[in-house]
Design a protein around this ligand. Structure first.
Ligand SMILES: [Zn+2]
Length: 492
């Protein structure tokens, strides 16, 4: 269904030429003519769309930021300006004679209605996914039938990158919602012609329902949010379930904490599963697709295999905006070269990537497509865990996550900030709540954490409380929330 086989092994030069060609075409025939936002942007900055010929030329175009998509003071629907909207006059003005001639011929042969349908199929929005809006207002991204086809293509490619075999079966545990992760997975199964059950996650079926569904389907592949997959595997393990059929775990919709893959595969080993591959994915609403790691040993990562015919990635210095070289870290910038519906160009994701992008062939699967390093700190996490002053000390909250995730006996955890006696003028208090493995020693874990947290952040928690698993699952809202609540700030 797709040219992925061929595309995956082109030389760096061929890939660059393909991107240059698609970029120039996309800017001149789609983006500049039909995007109200980008037409205005190009005019305002006196950029001639014809001058955009190569990836290097992108540097002349201003970045688009997340804030540009938010409702503006005088325009509550600013996200609509990012949707490509052709009309007859625009088409006449911007399309080449050959294409107009083709349309005229089509009109003569099949009538005006046929052309209208032809264009509507490409440009009419029929579907959307939205950002979760944990940090900001949710932003909706619209898809046309053309984009749905692209969603199928990226789904197909993901399953290829994961090394999916014809008899493989999968269970999708992503929460049922208008979010990219759920739908990308659904379309991946359909496009690759593989059996895939989407349970809707914890909110729809509950822990027991999901475990029973897995026991029934016996999938080789489990797909979902890291914390929820972990929860399901652990609960199933405790009730003595056999998960020996699991071969691959696909994680998405949030960053994979360091040490997580080992922790999860250790659990699965105890349930009879051998040689399990755990692979991460990266995606965001604005790209309308996701990219995946290929199977590797647990301690290494291939990085995310991108689709060079669909997008261009750059890495920039987040302070100066200067474009970084291959392998250098910075902020990821995304440019679509094949979207319809909502479409962003030179879009600053806010995500910081250590190790940037590499154009070397993948040492594991040998594909030559550009790969984005897996060491990504996502903007949503960065924003949620901004450096905050606690007890007068500036604290980097991501350190708490690293320490708590890395502690072997810890299962669920939450960090809570509040004011003493809920009095806004009182001092800050910091509490940590945990549930731990049955065989772990609570006193030893408390001591170890207290020391590690103090030496990393210079803050001493007021208390580290060990709670029952049930209490912790309620506290982090495991079953009801799309994102597990790890950090709660109750300060006014
Ligand atoms: Zn690979």
């Amino acid at each position: 269904m797709d040219n992925w086989e061929n595309l995956s092994f082109l030389s760096a030069k061929e890939l660059r030429e393909l991107q240059n060609r698609k970029l120039h075409y996309f800017v001149n025939r789609r983006l500049y003519p039909f995007s109200p936002y980008y037409q205005k942007l190009f005019l305002r900055h006196k950029i001639n769309p014809r001058s955009v010929r190569t990836v290097k030329d992108l540097e002349a175009i201003p970045f688009t930021k997340k804030e540009d998509l938010f409702p503006a003071r005088n325009n509550s629907q600013s996200f609509l300006d990012f949707i490509l909207k052709p009309d007859e006059a625009l088409i006449r003005r911007h399309w080449p004679k050959s294409k107009l001639l083709y349309l005229a011929l089509l009109k003569a042969l099949k009538g005006k209605e046929h052309i209208k349908q032809h264009l509507e199929k490409e440009y009419r929005p029929i579907f959307l996914t939205a950002t979760t809006g944990t940090a900001n207002q949710p932003v909706s991204f619209l898809y046309t039938a053309f984009d749905i086809e692209n969603l199928r293509v990226s789904g197909y490619r993901l399953l290829e990158v994961f090394g999916t075999l014809p008899d493989d079966r999968a269970v999708n545990l992503f929460p049922y919602a208008p979010h990219l992760a759920f739908w990308q997975t659904v379309f991946a199964g359909l496009a690759h012609n593989r059996f895939l059950l989407s349970t809707g996650g914890g909110k729809v079926l509950g822990t027991q329902g999901n475990i029973e569904a897995i026991a029934k389907v016996r999938p080789n592949m489990l797909i979902g949010v890291p914390s929820y997959i972990y929860h399901i595997v652990r609960s199933a393990g405790e009730s003595g379930k056999d998960f020996s059929f699991v071969k691959k775990i696909i994680l998405g919709a949030s960053a994979v904490p360091s040490g997580f893959k080992e922790k999860l595969s250790g659990l699965l080993k105890g349930m009879g599963a051998k040689d399990v591959y755990v692979m991460g994915t990266y995606g965001f609403t604005e790209a309308k697709c996701a990219w995946g790691e290929c199977p590797t040993q647990m301690q290494v990562s291939s990085g995310y295999h991108t689709y060079p015919d669909k997008e261009i990635f750059e890495v920039i210095d987040p302070e100066t905006g200067e474009v970084k070289k291959e392998g250098e870290g910075g902020e990821l910038v995304y440019t679509s070269i094949d979207a319809r519906g909502s479409c962003v160009f030179r879009y600053r994701t806010g995500d910081l990537v250590k190790g940037g992008i590499t154009y070397e062939p993948c040492p594991y699967c040998k594909r030559t497509v550009p790969r984005v390093s897996s060491e990504i700190s996502r903007a949503s996490d960065i924003r949620n865990l901004t450096l905050s002053k606690v007890k007068g000390t500036l604290v980097n909250f991501s350190l708490f996550g690293e320490i708590l995730e890395g502690e072997p006996g810890v299962e669920e955890w939450q960090v809570e900030l509040k004011k003493k006696d809920n009095d806004p003028y009182e001092v800050d208090e910091l509490y940590i709540y945990l549930s731990i493995r049955n065989d772990a020693n609570p006193q030893a874990i408390r001591e170890a954490l207290k020391n590690k947290i103090h030496s990393a952040t210079e803050v001493t928690p007021n208390d580290i409380a060990v709670l029952s698993r049930k209490e912790m699952l309620e506290r982090v809202e495991m079953e009801v929330s799309n994102k597990v609540k790890r950090f709660v700030d109750r300060r006014p």
